[in-house]
Design a protein around this ligand. Structure first.
Ligand code: XMP
Length: 310
């Protein structure tokens, strides 16, 4: 792929499709949505409205950091606080696909409201090739494959979907991001799933559990930096493990640390994390998050496992 050519072609294509209408982009801060947002902004400028839906399932300080980065690039981002709606919809849901369904229903409800307000006729969406392949292959329904989940956005909300990155894999999107001048913190950002930390809480997703897994994720990300893995994160299990506190039995939470190497997320290998780093992660998690009594490192490749737990 000639990256320069790709960028020029896509800008032309978006211009020709959207013309003088308005378009909207829901930014998550990940490399895919950031890249297509910048492409669209180059193509149609102020006719692009950029929103960041704060679902309460993001990593620490993600909303502020992402809107700050885009502000520095001259792109205004409106933060839509929908945390209560998301947690309400996830209440009592245990089944992974049910959780995904609940998440995307709220996502499209909130998003639909914003589309109507903005009078946008186009949605710029950062769908990439792996999302389509996995959804069509029945591995899991990524939240952004509209037709696959029975939503006709034109009928429901009156907008058409534009997916400039749908033929690219993650490493190619990173090249495009670099070409567009996106900062390293974005083009080298680890992939983060659409349903956010909801994919990393096994069982019911509550604000308390999300807060716990968010703290653990931050520790994993900080400690694993020198290894530059494809993706590393923490997962909170739905069971308790026995621990000891001041000589007394204590039931605490169990965190799984997952770190994988991959090129396109279609297959993955566990990262060979040096023992010292694993020990630091384990020690920091159990001391900084007293509700956790056990930390384990996962060694399963993809396949047979997938990268995320839901
Ligand atoms: P899996 O778990 O299928 O993940 O091995 C492959 C890659 O996709 C990310 N992922 C998602 N990304 N929406 C997204 O935008 C989703 O619903 C979703 N589910 C998984 C995952 O983090 C990994 O990089």
């Amino acid at each position: 792929m000639d990256v320069k050519e790709f960028v020029e072609d896509k800008i032309k294509e978006i211009k020709a499709t959207v013309r003088s209408e308005r378009a909207i982009s829901a930014l998550s801060g990940g490399v895919d949505s950031s890249t297509c947002t910048v492409l669209a902004h180059r193509a149609i400028g102020e006719n692009l409205k950029v929103i960041f839906i704060d679902d309460g399932l993001m990593r620490e300080k993600e909303a502020e950091e992402v809107s700050g980065t885009f502000k520095d690039m001259g792109i205004r981002v409106d933060i839509i606080d929908a945390q209560v709606e998301f947690f309400e919809a996830l209440k009592g849901k245990i089944d992974p696909e049910e959780k995904r369904k609940a998440f995307r229903n709220v996502f499209y409800t909130v998003f639909g409201r914003e589309v109507l307000k903005s009078e946008a006729k186009f949605l710029i969406q950062g769908t990439i090739a792996a999302d389509i392949i996995e959804t069509k292959g029945g591995v899991k329904t990524q939240h952004n494959i509209l037709e696959q989940i029975g939503i006709d956005p034109e009928k429901g909300y009156g907008f058409k979907v534009v997916e400039p990155l749908k033929d690219l894999f993650k490493h190619q999107v990173r090249e495009v991001a670099k070409e567009l001048g996106l900062p390293e913190e974005i083009h080298q950002r680890m992939p983060f799933p659409g349903p956010g930390l909801a994919t990393r809480v096994i069982g019911e997703v509550t604000p308390e559990k999300v807060s716990l897994v968010r703290k653990a994720t931050k520790i994993v990300e900080e400690e694993i930096v020198p290894l530059k893995p494809f993706q590393a994160f923490a997962v909170l299990l739905n069971d308790k493990g026995t621990g000891i506190e001041e000589g007394q039995r204590k039931f605490g939470n169990i965190i799984i640390v997952r770190s994988v190497e991959s090129k396109d997320a279609m297959t993955a290998e566990p990262t060979e994390v040096p023992w010292e780093i694993l020990m630091n992660i384990s020690k920091r998690i159990t001391t900084e998050i007293p509700e956790v009594t056990r930390v384990a490192y996962e060694t399963t490749p993809k396949p047979p496992a997938t990268i995320e737990y839901i």
